[in-house]
Ligand binder design. Structure first.
Ligand SMILES: C[S@@+](CC[C@H](N)C(=O)[O-])C[C@H]1O[C@@H](n2cnc3c(N)ncnc32)[C@H](O)[C@@H]1O
Length: 210
């Protein structure tokens, strides 16, 4: 039987770890360096969790609308509170991403900490979802953990202490990540290692999907 991550337990941790959120955001801002938008944009975050990265993006770019999707009601409530200071249009969708049908298109479609909790087939479906939600000139930003030495040491250490809370997580190698992004119709604009254990990619729709 496949054990799934208990997201309530995860969110109890991140509520108290502002430093963790800041580390991830620094990785995002590094990936977004050099990207500019002339007009106010629409952003969607898939598996938004705290929504912290969307909040930070609104300080980098002119924003017309943000859409946050998560299937955990208490997480979405917290995200709503966190974004209450924003003046742009806001939409909070309590939905399962594997059954999400939206007609709207977005200039930035992003996720972090999502793909690695799914089977290869589901990962591909989720990547195609990122792709299909993009405007023609939009970009997608995806961050996943990668099985490098720091990741293996950190995970091994937490597993030994019985503190590892992600039973369904499979870290994704650079080659696997590149292959699945490209074969799902995305063109990679940038791919780099982020902080110690994640890989981040910035992509746009490949020419066959414009
Ligand atoms: C690692 S957390 C994301 C953390 C987020 N990047 C942040 O900065 O807080 C993954 C999130 O994805 C959500 N999630 C996982 N699978 C989902 C699905 N199929 N549909 C909707 N939300 C999902 C979980 O509820 C969780 O909040």
């Amino acid at each position: 039987m496949r054990l799934v991550t208990d997201w309530n337990r995860y969110h109890k941790r991140t509520r108290i770890s502002q430093r963790f959120l800041w580390t991830i955001w620094r990785a995002y801002s590094d990936l977004l360096r050099g990207i500019h938008f002339q007009k106010p944009i629409k952003i969607i975050e898939l598996g938004c969790g705290t929504a912290y990265n969307t909040l930070q993006m609104t300080k980098l770019f002119p924003v017309d609308k943000v859409t946050l999707v998560d299937f955990n009601p208490s997480v979405l409530n917290d995200a709503q509170r966190r974004l209450s200071c924003l003046n742009c249009e806001k939409e909070f969708l309590l939905r399962d991403l594997l059954n999400l049908n939206l007609n709207e298109k977005y200039d930035i479609v992003h996720s972090q900490g999502l793909l690695e909790h799914y089977t290869p087939d589901e990962q591909r479906r989720l990547i195609c979802l990122h792709r299909d939600l993009l405007t023609p000139n939009g970009i997608t930003v995806i961050l996943v953990p990668t099985p490098n030495l720091p990741y293996r040491l950190w995970r091994g250490f937490l597993e030994k202490l019985n503190l590892w809370i992600y039973p369904d997580e499979t870290a994704i190698s650079k080659e696997e990540f590149k292959t699945v992004l490209e074969s799902s119709g995305l063109q990679i604009l940038k791919m780099k290692r982020c902080h110690l254990i994640e890989l981040g990619a910035v992509c746009r729709r490949g020419s066959g999907y414009l």
